[in-house]
Design a protein around this ligand. Structure first.
Ligand code: CA
Length: 235
């Protein structure tokens, strides 16, 4: 990853043929992308589910778990990253079912590198635009436009206040939010000393019940005497 700069778009390339994988990685790194490579569907699935990427470039014909299986499983668990699939020349059906499984675009092998670059650029741009409207933490996704909240593929029904509270916590993902901030920015209560702390605690409690009951890991944490933080726990 020599050429990549901080904030460079992160790409995951899942390709089992070493020559193709190397050519892709070198070419994309030369364009300033941060590239991670996986050589099996299993590894690709693991990396895609555990780390954040701006784009997944996925070869369909992989040993073991093939590209379509990986793609289907990822989309099913709420994976929203754009996916560009790579497919063999005559596998028309693969392309169609790739799009059915949630791919955003495809390239037919062998392809011209500049053409791949153009697709990559477009998909990364699109993905980054969407990210501003979609807030995530682990397997939790909040869609600002449709006002839907999904965790691990399941919808979570929230009241308008709970939604605003979660949105605020997610916008501060990883940093501690004080009750004072919540009173000011979510309840629009500027007056100090208003007995709002209990109200806030009750709402956070309800929100946590709904959000954390829907997933294996706790996301909303109370920092005693300080406030709250949304954070993915290791276990
Ligand atoms: Ca292959």
């Amino acid at each position: 990853m020599s050429g990549s700069t901080p904030g460079a778009p992160r790409l995951l390339v899942v390709e089992d043929e070493p020559k193709v994988a190397r050519a892709l990685t070198e070419g994309l790194e030369a364009e300033g992308y941060a590239v991670t490579t996986a050589h099996t569907g299993e590894d690709g699935f693991f990396l895609a589910s555990s780390r954040g990427f701006d784009l997944l470039i996925l070869d369909l014909s992989l040993p073991g778990r093939d590209g379509l299986e990986v793609l289907g499983a990822l989309r099913q668990k709420g994976f929203l990253t754009p996916v560009l699939i790579l497919t063999a020349r005559d596998a028309v059906e693969d392309r169609v079912s790739g799009l059915d499984h949630g791919a955003d675009d495809y390239m037919v092998k062998p392809f011209a590198f500049p053409e791949l670059l153009a697709r990559v650029r477009a998909l990364v741009r699109r993905g980054r635009g969407d990210q501003l409207l979609r807030l995530t933490a682990g397997d939790l996704v909040l869609d600002v436009v449709s006002r839907k909240v999904v965790r691990g593929g399941r919808d979570i029904a929230l009241t308008p206040r709970e939604f605003e509270l979660l949105e605020y916590l997610l916008r501060h993902h990883g940093t501690i939010v004080s009750r004072e901030m919540l009173a000011r920015d979510v309840w629009n209560e500027t007056e100090r000393g208003t007995p709002l702390d209990n109200v806030i605690d009750v709402h956070v409690g309800r929100l946590r019940k709904k959000v954390d009951a829907a997933g294996a890991r706790r996301l909303i944490h109370t920092m005693r005497g300080v406030g709250f933080v949304v954070r993915e726990d290791k276990a």
